[in-house]
Design a protein around this ligand. Structure first.
Ligand SMILES: CCC/C=C/C=C/C(=O)SCCNC(=O)CCNC(=O)[C@H](O)C(C)(C)COP(=O)(O)OP(=O)(O)OC[C@H]1O[C@@H](n2cnc3c(N)ncnc32)[C@H](O)[C@@H]1OP(=O)(O)O
Length: 305
């Protein structure tokens, strides 16, 4: 299906790029447009539930894409009928019951668990820390760690059939890989968000939009993917210095005080304002003015980083 997005001019760079990509068992990668990478969680028979291998591969994949020059924007979705049904319950019980039963000392049990949690956090944080914008395209079930994963994405779109649950309270735990750590800095309706966290109840796109979890909803999955890929392509045509600098500054601002944010960006831009991309944008804008183009960066082509 995604091959239909390819246009002849991007085919050569697509092939060059794809041949250099590592392959994964639990992820599927493709390049639907120039500089856009589609990452699909790929355990469809388990509704893309996340086991150790998927967590590990997710981290490796996003760390790779972070420095991959041919990638400027990423769409993250799931194969099959769901985005993600959360942590793999077999993996969870293996790590929390079987492995711990072989350790006697309570402190050592705690440290073993802590390492497992931190490993899982590092996997999802690789998405958050990736300097290329990540657009989540959510369809079907999005449960537990699936919601955590969307919290690590920059933009979240869904299809109308999507349903969500912050399932962790029903599992007897506080969500620890994104939902409670990132969303409180982003959601609009904190009262509804807390209700959804405390009850674990399933909610649909209307409430997901109300709290600000989802920004746009599409009638079908095809329309969702087309919109997500097309948005990624718009972003990928912009100056990567500006886009990646914006993501770095947005994440920094989320995690620091206003004073810190102003200080950080002054230092950041003291170097970044020297980029040739500014000249290219100014020139493209003056040309586009003549031609009444809407998009100032239309026509400008930027070097990969
Ligand atoms: C330290 C780490 C911190 C992380 C914490 C994370 C916490 C969480 O993620 S809590 C949430 C855990 N997930 C769940 O509780 C969801 C479990 N799944 C379901 O309730 C149902 O599958 C669902 C309502 C999503 C869909 O139901 P449906 O009838 O449409 O499909 P099923 O026949 O149930 O599922 C199809 C096959 O997928 C397997 N599967 C689904 N979810 C999981 C999962 N989370 N882990 C492992 N496997 C899962 C399901 O067993 C079916 O497989 P099979 O039996 O082989 O056909």
């Amino acid at each position: 299906m995604f091959r239909s997005y390819l246009n002849p001019s991007s085919v050569r760079s697509t092939c060059r790029f794809l041949s250099s990509l590592p392959t994964y068992e639990t992820l599927k990668l493709s390049q639907p447009k120039s500089h856009v990478i589609l990452v699909e969680l790929n355990r469809p028979t388990k509704l893309n539930a996340m086991d150790k291998q998927l967590f590990d591969e997710l981290k490796t994949c996003f760390e790779h894409l972070n420095t991959e020059k041919s990638c400027r924007a990423i769409v993250l979705t799931g194969t099959g009928k769901a985005f993600c049904a959360g942590i793999d319950l077999k993996y969870l019980s293996n790590t929390t019951v079987n492995e711990l039963s072989q350790i006697d000392d309570v402190a050592r049990k705690a440290l073993h668990t802590r390492r497992m949690i931190q490993r899982t956090q590092a996997s999802l944080r690789a998405v958050d820390k990736c300097e290329k914008p990540v657009i989540a395209a959510v369809h079907g079930h999005c449960i537990g760690a699936g919601v955590d994963l969307t919290a690590c994405c920059d933009i979240r779109y869904s299809s109308r059939d999507a349903s969500f649950s912050v399932k962790e309270v029903d599992m007897g735990l506080a969500a620890d890989v994104g939902t409670l750590q990132i969303f409180p800095k982003q959601v609009i309706d904190h009262s509804l968000f807390r209700e959804l966290v405390f009850t674990s109840r399933l909610f649909r796109t209307e409430e997901a939009q109300q709290i600000g979890l989802i920004s746009r909803v599409f009638d079908t999955r095809d329309a969702l993917l087309e919109a997500a890929v097309s948005l990624a392509s718009v972003i990928a045509r912009k100056s990567p210095v500006a886009v990646q600098g914006s993501k770095i500054n947005l994440n920094y601002a989320r995690d620091h005080t206003v004073d810190d944010n102003f200080s950080f960006v002054s230092t950041w831009n003291s170097g970044m304002l020297l980029t040739e991309d500014i000249i290219k944008n100014v020139m493209a804008a003056s040309v586009s003015k003549d031609k009444s183009n809407k998009d100032a960066s239309d026509g400008a082509e930027f070097e990969d980083i």
